[in-house]
Structures are given as C-alpha cells and as structure tokens.
Design a protein around this ligand. Structure first.
Ligand SMILES: [Zn+2]
Length: 334
C-alpha cells in the first residue's frame, strides 16, 4: 500500500512541512535535494510530492492518490515524470543527456515536468557537469528532485542550486511503530529498531530467524546468570558459541545483552516507555528490583568493554567467559 502524506509527516515533520509549504503557497522550487540516510523516506516523499504536483484533485498539499495522474505516477507511467537511477555503479552522462533531450520537447501533456535523480551522488563527473548546466538554466515548469544518502559527495555548485531538505534518522520508537504497521510484534520491532535506524534493514531483522534466536539466547543467558556462574558458562559453551560464530555476530549478541541491561536500568529509573524487551516486562521488573542501579551500570560498562575487546585478537570464548565472571562478580575488565 502506498505511503500517505500523514504517515510520512509523523516521521519527517520538518522535511514534509517544507514540501507541503511550497505546494500550498505555489512556490515550488526549481530543484530540491532530499538528503538523509537510507530508509528515511526520501523516495516516498518524492513520489508524494510528484503526485501532489500533478494531481487533478489535490486537497491542500495532499494528492488524491486516485486520479489518473496520481495513478500513472504511482506506476511510473506518467510521461512528464522521469526517474533516473544509477545504471550499474553510476549515473552516466548519457542518462542526463537523454533527460535533457526529453525536456527540450515542447507540447508536453501537463505543461510541467518533473525528474527525480535517485542516488544523485553516483553521477559521474561528466553527468554532474551536464546536470549543472541544466540546473543553471531551468525551463519554466520544470522541477528536479535529487536524492542522496551522501550529501558530501555532491558538487557544491549542484548543492547551491537546490533547496536542501534533510531527512532525519528515525528515533527507535517511531521506527518500531512503523514496523508494527507491517504486523511485526512490538518486542521484535523495538529490538530491530535499536540495532539499525534504517527501516528496510530493521524490517529484515524483525523477520530474521537468526535474530529471533539471538534474542532468545540473550534472555536465557541473563536467566542463567541469575542462577549461577556455572549455568551461565554452560550456556555460553552450548548455545552462545555455536550461534554467534562471526565476530560481527558476537558484537550484535553483546548489543542485545546491553539493551537488556539498559532496560533494567530504565525500569530502575521508572522509564517504562523506553523498554526494548517489552514482552518481558514482569521479569524485567523483578530483575530490576534484584540488583542496584550501580551494579546495572557497572555491568553495562563491562559489556561495552567486552565489545571493545572483540576488536583485539582475544579468543572469543575466553572473552565471553571472562565477561560472565565479571558480570557475576560485579567487576570490570582489567
Ligand atoms: Zn490525484
């Protein structure tokens, strides 16, 4: 289902306000540059903006999403709306020239034209110079939208000809809510939203079996730690080591463990709204009561130290065993 304006506005209030204002006030710029990390909604925003610009039944700044223009733009079939994406590794000069030739034609259907350049930073130098000329002599009724995840890679002369609209990384809770709309259970959504702030990646993690199993093992490890050292060490050997095989995976496992301790700290501080392992609230409450804030913070430090040691040549099993002893003894790495 297509994203609607209000949805995107929740996640990107500032960016969407800028776009809405220019539509409402009839002051559409010649060129916009939407910049921000992957998954922050730049493409969706471009699509909505394009629909609004061409919509036959626009309501304020919002497109109807039903008229023939909205539908044709949605299916990328509108003759006056062009999308340019990298051809292989880069956007080539020929692609920009073809666009210019297209725009030089008169008698276009809507008397306006819009083009979107996705990954504008991937333009070759020649392509970028061609585009620059195009931006310097804008045709009436022509709008450009450039998208980039890497603003610093664009020519300053291109940036200066565009209205720059920044898309912010999503706060975990908003990202988790967006995942919930995809029927991801909140406890998975929250955890995935903490390991990445990219929507697509988070969606992949929330549907990933390895990730679900990781979460389970981390919770089991905490429970084993609550019993005794021996149980915890056994769990490391029997479950943790076979599951978290690569260093990167161990690193993620430690992150998940860190979020668990942070949840406990949040509960000790009475901050319920930040809890990541939200399906285990009753257990978390008990665990929060069973230890001091100081101890929890200390243990978080220990986990961060273990993460740092992962980058050294220390044997992972030894590292994990040392971590268990430190967590259990309330000591830190020396
Ligand atoms: Zn419409």
């Amino acid at each position: 289902m297509a994203v609607v304006w209000e949805q995107l506005q929740q996640y990107q209030p500032v960016a969407m306000k800028i776009l809405a204002n220019s539509l409402e006030k009839g002051r559409v710029a010649h060129a916009y540059l939407l910049e921000g990390q992957r998954g922050t909604g730049k493409r969706e925003a471009s699509l909505l903006f394009a629909k609004s610009l061409f919509c036959f039944n626009r309501d304020g700044y919002q497109p109807c999403d039903e008229c023939s223009n909205c539908r044709r733009i949605g299916s990328r079939n509108h003759p006056d709306v062009h999308w340019i994406e990298p051809d292989g590794q880069s956007i080539k000069k020929a692609q920009i020239e073809a666009l210019q030739a297209e725009f030089a034609k008169t008698g276009m259907e809507s008397r306006k034209k819009l083009y979107v350049i996705v990954h504008a930073d991937k333009m070759t130098t020649n392509a970028a110079n061609s585009l620059l000329k195009f931006l310097e002599e804008p045709h009436a009724g022509t709008t450009a939208i450039l998208l980039t995840e890497q603003l610093h890679r664009l020519l300053p002369t291109i940036i200066s000809r565009c209205q720059v609209v920044s898309f912010q990384p999503l706060p975990p809770i908003l990202l988790a809510n967006r995942l919930k709309e995809e029927h991801i259970p909140l406890h998975f959504a929250m955890l995935a939203a903490h390991v990445t702030n990219n929507y697509e990646e988070a969606l992949e993690w929330s549907r990933n079996d390895w990730f679900a199993e990781s979460r389970k093992i981390v919770l089991q490890l905490y429970e084993a730690l609550n019993q005794n050292e021996f149980q915890a060490l056994l769990l490391i050997q029997e479950k943790w080591m076979p599951h978290f095989q690569e260093k990167q995976q161990v690193d993620m496992g430690l992150d998940l463990l860190l979020y668990l301790y942070r949840d406990i700290l949040h509960l000790q501080l009475g901050q319920l709204e930040h809890v990541v392992y939200c399906d285990r609230l009753d257990d978390l409450r008990q665990w929060a009561l069973a230890c001091s804030q100081k101890r929890t913070i200390n243990n978080m430090t220990t986990i961060l130290q273990a993460k740092a040691r992962l980058n050294t040549n220390m044997n992972v099993q030894l590292l994990m065993e040392q971590l268990i002893l430190n967590l259990k003894g309330g000591t830190t790495f020396v």
